[in-house]
Design a protein around this ligand. Structure first.
Ligand SMILES: [Ca+2]
Length: 164
């Protein structure tokens, strides 16, 4: 197990940020999807959101490191939204072979595996799960060039153009 700090009962701390905070915490109790969502929202921010291959690989490696085969992530298929209501980029969702198969028309929640692949499963299935502890921080770097005195509105306009 490659937990940065496993002193907390049933919690694996990944990438320790401070004495009490971690980038991710893996909780080992198993819960159905909705209870896992409630748990994450109560104790952290939400179930984990995966937006690109880097995050997917990161979480897959964690699963592998702690010896779990799969775990709930914050994806549900009813509305195709992440648990935090952000929209889903389908390129970030890599399905296992034969998935999603929606067995009995009853598999509306999504779990991730050690291979970085996902499968739909019944939301009532008890599984380990990933919580996201911190909101995503997006850093935008830009430079603003000016020939003379900086005019605030012109600067703001330039920044908005860069950010878009
Ligand atoms: Ca399935």
């Amino acid at each position: 197990m490659k937990c940065a700090d496993s002193s907390m009962t049933n919690v694996c701390c990944i990438q320790k940020l401070s004495k009490e905070h971690c980038l991710y915490k893996i909780t080992f109790p198993i819960m159905n999807w909705i209870d896992a969502q409630i748990y994450c929202r109560t104790h952290y921010v939400d179930l984990a959101t995966i937006t690109d291959d880097t995050e997917n690989t990161f979480l897959a490696n964690i699963l592998s490191d702690v010896g779990l085969s799969d775990a709930w992530i914050g994806l549900h298929k009813n509305l195709w939204l992440w648990s935090d209501n952000s929209s889903v980029s389908l390129s970030s969702v890599k399905w296992e072979s034969g998935q999603p198969d929606n067995v009995n028309g009853n598999e509306d929640c999504v779990k991730a595996s050690t291979e970085g692949l996902m499968a739909d499963d019944s939301c009532s299935t008890p599984l380990p799960f990933y919580c996201r502890e911190h909101r995503r921080i997006q850093r935008v770097r830009f430079t603003v060039k000016s020939d003379g005195d900086l005019d605030e509105s012109a600067v703001m306009e330039a920044i908005e153009k860069k950010v878009r």
